[in-house]
Design a binder for this molecule. Structure first.
Ligand code: ZN
Length: 195
């Protein structure tokens, strides 16, 4: 497992709901936390490790020792948004790049935890911003899509560099073609359990 960078096609994938919360999934989640901490991030979505699952993790402290701060969101749904606020965001799939993004100031979210229990949170400030950023990932939406046109245009050269680098990796065989990567995503999609 590794964190994939823009424009890996997994980052444009609309992910499917998880059907079963089991040990296999909990192992995936543990690996995602490891990756997130080593990249010094505060949130990571399954799409960012090439998995088409509606799942993301959060630890706003970015501190691996603060396990109490870890939250896992499985099949999350933001069901209320209030107000707007602008703030700076980064993304582990665009290392080193930051930009201003407008988000709802307050949200309410519902999700399942790793034991299959449903929970709800009312969030604001950094937590609300991070959760909206991660939920977007599950729909293949990126923070560059949410930036004001002018702000995004200023970042176009940096975005272009990410693109050039990924295409180079593909030509060198470090990553397969978009077509093959998309097929891999289809194969990994959670399937409804047979009854
Ligand atoms: Zn991100």
């Amino acid at each position: 497992m590794e964190i994939v960078l823009y424009p890996h096609p997994a980052l444009r994938w609309k992910s499917k709901p998880i059907q079963e919360i089991n040990d296999e999934l909990r192992k995936v989640i543990a690996e995602m936390f490891e990756l997130m901490y080593s990249a010094k991030g505060i949130g990571l979505a399954a799409n960012q490790v090439g998995l088409p699952y509606r799942l993301f993790i959060l630890n706003l402290s970015a501190d691996p020792d603060l396990k109490d701060e870890e939250i896992v969101f499985i099949n999350p749904e933001i069901f209320k948004r209030k107000g707007t606020t602008e703030g700076e965001e980064g993304c582990l799939s665009f290392p080193g790049m930051y930009g201003q993004v407008k988000r709802a100031a307050k949200i309410e979210i519902e999700a399942f935890d790793t034991s299959g229990e449903c929970f709800e949170y009312s969030l604001d400030e950094l937590a609300a911003r991070a959760v909206q950023h991660e939920c977007d990932h599950l729909d293949g939406v990126l923070f560059i899509d949410r930036m004001a046109e002018l702000a995004r245009r200023e970042l176009d050269p940096v975005i272009g560099d990410f693109d050039t680098q990924f295409r180079r990796w593909q030509s060198e065989g470090r990553f397969a073609s978009d077509e093959i990567l998309k097929q891999e995503m289809i194969n990994l999609e959670p399937k409804p359990r047979a009854t």
